[in-house]
Design a protein around this ligand. Structure first.
Ligand code: PBG
Length: 324
């Protein structure tokens, strides 16, 4: 056959494929979400997330040390709060000597060069399992923000580099920015969960923190998965209010949203490869249905290809090992 252009020429060998690859990924672009629990020398397996554990702060420090060794230097912290500390007003969320602030202090002490990101939302501390204050079955917006502000300032005081509001209340980014600035934390960044969808893929995470909503769902604050233009509006609002980075969450069913935000907003875009996306690959691998490592690598590259500048993923350490 006379074919002038043969695309297969550029697929002939690993070396040529590497030369012409359009997408690259390094451990420095990965953020490892980690779960911390009270105590010492404690490792608790999370049944729905094979390979992921809740660690007491001392063991978490070891795991983080190993991750840094592999080139992963950014961490998103999630505390598992004891049931008896959960209240309807989530008071523990801004306790300066609570589990999270203490862990942040310890980590910043030991790993000053690392980036510590803390989550701003009430759910791990709420007896209702919602991201905001509940009143007569409704999630109150403005009242919740008063608590989110205290929470963000407490985290900044502990040494957090970036606070990450994941609550989806309206106006919270602006309020948090103002409060941080007033307290002198002008250098603490905001990673806004801007396009966070009400998703079934958060199931294993809620298992990890025992934080599932006690009633109803999160559809009055998290986004409707049928929408994409709304994601642009959310991201633009957050940037106007002072967000430094915007996020799309989940990632794999929302690659179009990642691409859309990358095109429309002039800020770094993060994507959160969430717990359910992790669990699906692990479950399929355990059932002998596919090669888990290959599925991990392919999905992380696809998130990067869609336009993510950084990826939060439970695979961070495994992927960093693969990349090295
Ligand atoms: C809570 C929060 C959630 C996740 C991150 N922060 C769960 C939720 O909104 O219900 C999910 C992360 C994951 O599934 O990996 N504000």
């Amino acid at each position: 056959m006379k074919i002038t252009y043969r695309p297969r020429r550029l697929r002939k060998s690993q070396s040529i494929r590497d030369l012409t690859a359009e997408t690259h990924l390094t451990p420095s672009e990965l953020i490892w979400p980690v779960f911390v629990t009270e105590g010492k020398n404690i490792t608790q397996k999370i049944n729905t997330m094979p390979g992921i554990c809740r660690y007491s702060p001392d063991l978490l420090a070891k795991k983080i040390d190993e991750a840094i060794e592999l080139g992963v230097t950014s961490f998103a912290l999630f505390p598992a709060i004891e049931e008896n500390l959960k209240t309807s007003l989530a008071k523990e969320s801004h306790n300066p000597s609570g589990l999270l602030p203490n862990t942040v202090k310890m980590l910043k002490d030991r790993f000053p060069e690392s980036t510590i990101i803390t989550d701003v939302a009430l759910d791990p501390y709420s007896s209702d399992g919602h991201d905001g204050i509940v009143c007569d079955g409704e999630i109150l917006n403005d009242e919740t923000i008063e608590i989110l502000i205290k929470m963000a300032v407490t985290q900044a005081q502990a040494g957090a580099d970036i606070v990450a509001p994941s609550d989806m209340m309206d106006g919270r980014v602006g309020a948090i920015r103002k409060a941080l600035d007033q307290e002198g934390f002008t250098d603490v960044g905001i990673l806004a969960y801007s396009a966070k969808y009400a998703s079934a893929f958060y199931g294993p995470f809620r298992d990890a923190l025992q934080s599932a909503p006690k009633f109803g769902d999160k559809k009055t604050y998290q986004m409707d998965y049928r929408n994409s233009r709304e994601a642009i509006r959310e991201a633009q609002l957050d940037i106007r209010e002072g967000a430094d980075i915007v996020m799309v969450k989940p990632a794999l069913s929302y690659l179009d949203i990642i691409q859309t935000l990358k095109k429309h907003v002039n800020a770094p875009v993060a994507a959160y490869n969430v717990s359910g996306e992790y669990a699906m690959i692990k479950a399929a691998e355990a059932a002998g249905m596919l090669d888990g490592t290959k599925a991990m690598v392919e999905s992380l590259y696809s998130i990067k290809r869609a336009g993510a500048d950084m990826i939060l993923t439970y695979f961070a350490v495994e992927m960093a090992k693969y990349l090295s």
